[in-house]
Design a protein around this ligand. Structure first.
Ligand code: BGC
Length: 663
């Protein structure tokens, strides 16, 4: 098909550089095959036009949000979710999935945080890489997004992310670089500008992808992100989406005027042809790996591993047969958007399965339920709320379900605050006054400020947006059938203003990334700023003991090898985190940075030996003097932690002239 390029007219080549409509590449009136694209990252969002001419979103399997997936720290599960989505896509005739988003969670209030993996580039990159391997391994292409520095929704079409080169390389480019190892077939540009350049015209970044990361796919615009089609094509943006006549006219006029050459247009057209050909070939002979029922089961398993237990003063798991007072509309919402973020990543659930009271009753508990309160308001006047409190007073334990939802966390807007609405905070505090065994379950897409009530309750579970299998997964955790094993992929600060990014000046059109490398835990940890729950934190019903750290080399790679022992009577999974920090560095470096991780199942009373590789990049920084990655001679500390604040084992290595000496 690539040879077709020579048989296409100049006008046809220009048409190829533009979508046919909202979701397809142009087939040049049947001369070429076309490809069908669709959102989204956690469930298909395909549309159908009804008899009334309106567009309707077709129901699909709704997986947990990307944030919940990231909280699982389980690469195999990320791959499984990718495979499931590929099967869903195939069922709908979709060949290109507009996902995953790997932007860094720089500002906890970002309205799209629920769509992104982490504040850490290694965790984001590694989990997304596994997801991409899953999708593409099953014959469907991905479109990695949004390249790059799309870290806030505020004025997203205009603002410029003002960020220095080292920070770009070490933090914001890095997840894209890692995912490129999985050979994504396409990348979507961002809406915002990067150091003044529109995402669609960001030649420097596109060259980085193509020349340094080995990216050999097509670059697609975010929907409506193209300003100047000629400038975008010259920068290397191949497909403008969705269809728009203005862009094509601009290209034709500029070609005639000599502002763009035929070979520049050919280069883009060639990549579009290659994308179509590649996707057709990838999909050939591929069959679904899982039935739809099995995919729903995967969604539930991912939720079960991504839900994070943040606090437990002994009330969990709930005693068998206990009398429970469940409250809050999130336990049994009448709309699924209480349990998911809004915008292009929103999924129309295939089946309505959000009923925590029923899931708990089915597990043998005596359950009373009162909606009592919703997102902003007390439900059905105060009587309901009082009934909920009386039920709490009578019960063995109270389960208060609070959260945000698509009305609060969505594309095109940021959260005003990390605090929950006043009515929800009051409900928590008043319930806790009635029952000392109050468990709070939070349904949200990113960090929540819990500091006003955290110390008043017995247990806290961060359920995130857990998708269709979420309530069953949650009930399994509450009852102890599943041992919680998620850990936070972002810091939960004590105060929303604590993160330097939240305080950085945002003048008209410019967002200054003046905190540099100090994003997320890199700031809190390096500057000893206390947080509510640190990055990488999450509890289990088991207890794990870390021991016997050894460093060994094999070729250029250093391995950290250590033993994690389950010293409890319950089987469980533990996520162990490997951090590296340079001692007395010459250039600024955060105190420690995540460079590897492992999630391991460990049977009660047993131990596993974990081995995590640390390649050169684990020690390197971006040298702005030399414009390249560099490992400084010096001493490095390797810390093995249960969270960034809970380092259990340490060892040091000395690096001299690129050689590693174990201290
Ligand atoms: C979003 C993309 C999405 C696209 C198509 C844009 O508004 O930023 O993430 O894939 O719409 O729905």
């Amino acid at each position: 098909m690539a040879n077709n390029k020579n048989t296409l007219t100049a006008e046809e080549k220009i048409r190829l550089l533009n979508g046919k409509d909202f979701w397809h590449t142009d087939d040049l009136n049947g001369k070429l095959p076309f490809i069908t694209m669709s959102d989204g990252p956690v469930g298909l969002r395909t549309e159908r036009t009804g008899e009334d001419g309106k567009n309707y979103t077709l129901p699909a399997v709704a997986y947990p949000s990307i944030e919940v997936l990231a909280n699982s720290w389980n690469r195999a599960l990320a791959k499984e979710m990718g495979e499931c989505l590929a099967d869903d896509a195939r069922d709908r005739g979709v060949e290109l999935l507009l996902a995953p988003g790997v932007n860094i969670k720089r500002e906890p209030r970002n309205g799209r945080s629920f769509e992104y993996f982490s504040e850490d580039p290694v965790l984001a990159g590694e989990m997304a890489k596994a997801y991409v391997e899953g999708v593409q391994g099953q014959g469907i292409g991905v479109c990695l997004k949004h390249f790059c520095c799309n870290n806030l929704e505020y004025d997203r079409l205009h603002q410029t992310s003002d960020v220095d080169e080292r920070t770009l390389r070490e933090i914001y480019y890095r997840p894209f670089e890692i995912v490129c190892e999985a050979k994504p077939v396409s990348v979507m540009c961002s809406y915002n500008r990067i150091n003044g350049e529109y995402g669609s015209e960001y030649k420097k970044g596109f060259d980085f992808l193509r020349d340094e990361c080995g990216f050999d796919g097509a670059i697609v615009s975010d929907w409506g992100a193209v300003r100047d089609r000629t400038a975008a094509a010259k920068a290397g943006l191949d497909i403008e989406m969705p269809h728009g006549e203005a862009g094509m006219k601009k290209l034709a006029d500029d070609l005639a005027a000599g502002n763009i050459t035929q070979s520049e247009i050919d280069a883009c057209a060639e990549r579009v042809l290659q994308l179509v050909q590649r996707l057709k070939e990838m999909g050939k002979g591929k069959e679904n790996k899982r039935s739809e029922e099995e995919r729903v089961a995967s969604a539930r398993r991912i939720a079960a591993e991504g839900i994070v237990l943040l606090k437990n003063e002994g009330v969990l798991p709930l005693a068998p047969g206990a009398k429970l007072a469940v409250s809050g509309i999130y336990a049994k919402p009448d709309r699924t958007d209480y349990l998911s973020g809004g915008g292009s990543a929103r999924v129309e659930w295939k089946a309505f399965t959000a009923d925590l009271p029923a899931a708990l009753s089915a597990r043998g508990y005596g359950v009373s339920y009162e909606p009592a309160f919703g997102t902003q308001v007390i439900h059905s006047f105060w009587q309901d709320a009082r009934t909920a409190l009386l039920a709490a007073a009578r019960a063995d334990a109270a389960v208060v379900c609070v959260g945000t939802g698509g009305g609060v966390e969505f594309e095109e807007g940021d959260r005003e605050t990390l605090r929950l609405p006043d009515v929800q905070e009051r409900a928590i505090l008043e319930t806790a006054r009635q029952n000392p065994n109050t468990v709070v379950v939070v349904f949200a897409g990113a960090a929540v400020d819990m500091s006003f009530w955290e110390d008043k309750v017995a247990a806290i579970i961060y359920a995130g947006f857990p998708g269709m299998g979420g309530m069953d997964a949650l009930a399994d955790i509450l009852s102890g059938k599943v041992n919680p094993s998620g850990k936070l992929s972002m810091t939960f600060p004590l105060d929303e203003e604590d993160a330097p990014a939240a305080r950085a000046p945002r003048t008209a059109g410019v967002t200054r990334y003046q905190e540099g490398l100090d994003v997320g835990y890199r700031y809190f940890d390096s500057h000893d700023v206390p947080v509510l729950y640190p990055f990488g934190f999450g509890l289990s019903y088991s207890e794990f003991f870390y021991r016997d750290l050894r460093l060994l080399t094999e070729g250029d790679t250093l391995f950290a090898e250590y033993v994690v022992e389950n010293v409890s009577e319950r089987d469980g999974c533990e996520i162990s985190e490997v951090y590296v920090g340079e001692c007395a560095p010459l250039v600024y470096r955060p105190r420690k940075e995540l460079k590897g991780f492992s999630k391991d199942f460990i049977a009660a009373g047993k131990a596993v030996t974990v081995r995590v590789p640390l390649d050169t990049r684990a020690f390197a920084h971006w040298s702005t003097a030399r414009d390249r990655w560099e490992v400084t001679d010096g001493i490095y500390e390797i810390g093995i932690g249960a969270s960034v604040e809970d380092i259990r084992l340490t060892a040091k290595v000395c690096i001299q002239d690129g050689k590693v000496y174990i201290e």
